[in-house]
Design a protein around this ligand. Structure first.
Ligand SMILES: N[C@@H](CCC(=O)N[C@@H](CS)C(=O)NCC(=O)O)C(=O)O
Length: 203
């Protein structure tokens, strides 16, 4: 299988972490794609031009981090990233939505910052900065949920990849005033799979 990524993408990072956590390094070749470039050869592989993108053993390609993570997690028939079923499933999905919301907002913020300075929108930058502040405040409380502790699951994976974008966005300084979230993040960030996939600073 082939997994197309970029080193700075938090969505691709989720899939890369699953590859490592599930010991799939020999089965999944990780390839750096050239995104956001006119006429990139990658567009002939994935028409959307986005990462992550997984080309399965049967040659079929698919995008969307959640789908790819689920697929990789299920290859051995023993998924570990699943959240509980039954009544707790709603709580898990609620928290997953909250983590996704932070991730999506910060991704928009980061995308704005890679544009040439004269093309950046101060309105978008401010909007996303404020959104992230509100969501990080909410997470300082929500992090107490039992779902955010114990075995790594896809809600934790999403939130950790969102918070990890501090490496690429200098103004995303979420740690101050959020001691519980900081402690939680540092525990997750110490895992070899997170350390091996840390995003480079935005240059
Ligand atoms: N909803 C998608 C988002 C993927 C996404 O936005 N990837 C960005 C990198 S963080 C990308 O490939 N951007 C390149 C482009 O927009 O052309 C997912 O969860 O996989």
């Amino acid at each position: 299988m082939k997994l197309y990524i970029t080193p700075g993408s938090p969505y691709a990072r989720m899939a890369r972490i699953v590859v490592i956590e599930k010991g799939l390094e020999k089965r999944v070749e990780v390839i750096t794609a050239r995104t956001r470039a006119a006429d990139s050869p990658y567009y002939r592989i994935n028409p959307s031009g986005r990462v992550p993108y997984l080309i399965r053993d049967d040659g079929v390609g698919m995008e969307e981090s959640a789908l790819i993570c689920d697929y990789l997690d299920r290859l051995d028939g023993q998924p570990v990233f699943d959240v509980p079923a039954g009544g707790e499933a709603w709580e898990a999905r609620r928290l997953e939505g909250l983590a996704r919301s932070l991730l999506d907002g910060i991704a928009v913020w980061g995308r704005e910052l890679v544009r040439p300075e004269n093309e950046r929108s101060p309105t978008v930058l401010l909007h996303e900065a404020h959104r992230s502040e509100r969501l990080v405040d909410a997470w300082e409380t929500e992090i107490a949920s039992p779902l955010m502790h114990g075995a790594l699951n896809r809600v934790q994976l999403t939130l950790a990849c969102a918070l990890g974008l501090e490496a690429r966005i200098p103004d995303f300084r979420w740690r101050a005033g959020h001691p519980r979230l900081r402690e939680w993040f540092e525990r997750i960030a110490a895992r070899p799979s997170f350390a091996a996939t840390a995003p480079p600073a935005n240059t």
